[in-house]
Design a protein around this ligand. Structure first.
Ligand code: NDP
Length: 285
């Protein structure tokens, strides 16, 4: 059990619709306990109409910060006092941090993914294939571009969302992006270095099956990553492993975005293995 909690300024948490982040609560509190931090992380169910009130409540109580999940990642911006560099480009915030008397919006999703990826490959100068153009894909696309990726092919079902992400990358980062509308089985080009699923396909493997991708086009020299954290071994991860690719699962991203959030709030570098172990216990991996 956590030690007795004394100060509201040691309070952190998550604002989300429904209790979406129970695994996140367990993961973050495991880190607090492991490091003897007398802090708490509370999952708060917040409806869109009450988001402003929730932020004002956190402000009034002097919370150190909070995460935001769907559907609040964009809407929360109007209630904050400023944005970090990448959050300002992608216009999405999943982590608010109190600095002085101000709340600044950061995005740790893309940074967390990058931290996982950098464990196996340096994205600088690499050619990326990115499936998806939603919130997670925006975070990843912008962070990869800022980290020096040379080109990003955004493969998305809806052309509008895809074009929006391509526009952001081309206008606001040094990387070159192109849109490929995903209306048939996609064959990964042989010179791609890193292939990433940033869609929600894979969350329900028995229902949504597989990405519409020619698995034969995955080559052993490629790194294949998935953002879906549960189950960590998605069909894409299994297929890519069978093809001899280097793989990066979505659990690492979830852990790392938590590590970075805790660093923002407390200033402390926590042990990622304790957090990953907690998630593996929960997800039964
Ligand atoms: P969004 O709803 O914003 O975006 C969903 C994306 O998936 C869109 O690009 C959408 O395409 C695409 N998509 C969904 N279903 C299909 C389908 N059947 N065929 C083709 N494309 C499809 O969701 P998020 O970006 O917020 O989340 C995406 C995933 O990222 C989720 O699984 C979430 O769990 C994961 N995630 C993981 C994190 C981690 O820490 N590991 C952190 C944050 C998110 P279209 O534009 O055409 O609708």
């Amino acid at each position: 059990m956590p030690k007795e909690f004394n100060f509201l300024s040691q309070l952190t948490g998550s604002f989300a619709l429904a209790a979406a982040g129970n695994a996140t609560v367990a993961m973050i509190e495991a880190a607090y306990r492991h490091h003897g931090l007398d802090w708490r992380y509370i999952n708060c169910e917040v409806t869109p109409e009450r988001l402003g009130d929730a932020v004002r409540g956190a402000r009034a109580m002097g919370w150190a910060g909070f995460n935001c999940s769907l559907p609040h990642k964009v809407a929360v911006i109007e209630h904050l006092d400023g944005l970090g560099e990448s959050a300002a480009i992608m216009r999405a915030v999943n982590c608010a941090v109190r600095r002085g008397d101000k709340y600044v919006g950061e995005n740790t999703d893309g940074k967390g993914f990058l931290m996982s990826l950098e464990g196996v490959v340096d994205p600088r100068g690499k050619r990326i294939v990115l499936f998806g153009a939603g919130g997670a894909a925006r975070a990843l696309g912008v962070e990869l571009a800022l980290a020096g990726a040379c080109s990003i092919s955004v493969v998305n079902r809806s052309p509008e969302r895809g074009a929006e992400l391509v526009g952001v990358i081309n206008d606001k980062t040094p990387a070159k992006a192109e849109l490929i509308v995903w209306d048939r089985k996609y064959k990964v080009q042989p010179d791609a270095d890193i292939v990433i699923n940033a869609t929600s396909i894979g969350l329900y493997p028995h229902v949504d099956g597989r990405l519409d991708v020619d698995i034969e086009s995955l080559k052993p020299a490629m790194v294949v990553a998935d953002v879906v954290p549960s189950p960590p071994r998605t069909n894409l991860i299994k297929d890519a492993q069978a093809r001899g690719c280097t793989i990066v699962d979505g659990l690492g991203m979830l852990v790392n975005q938590g590590v970075i959030s805790i660093k923002y709030w407390t200033g402390i570098d926590v042990d990622a293995t304790v957090m990953r172990q907690k998630l593996e216990d929960i997800y039964g991996e």
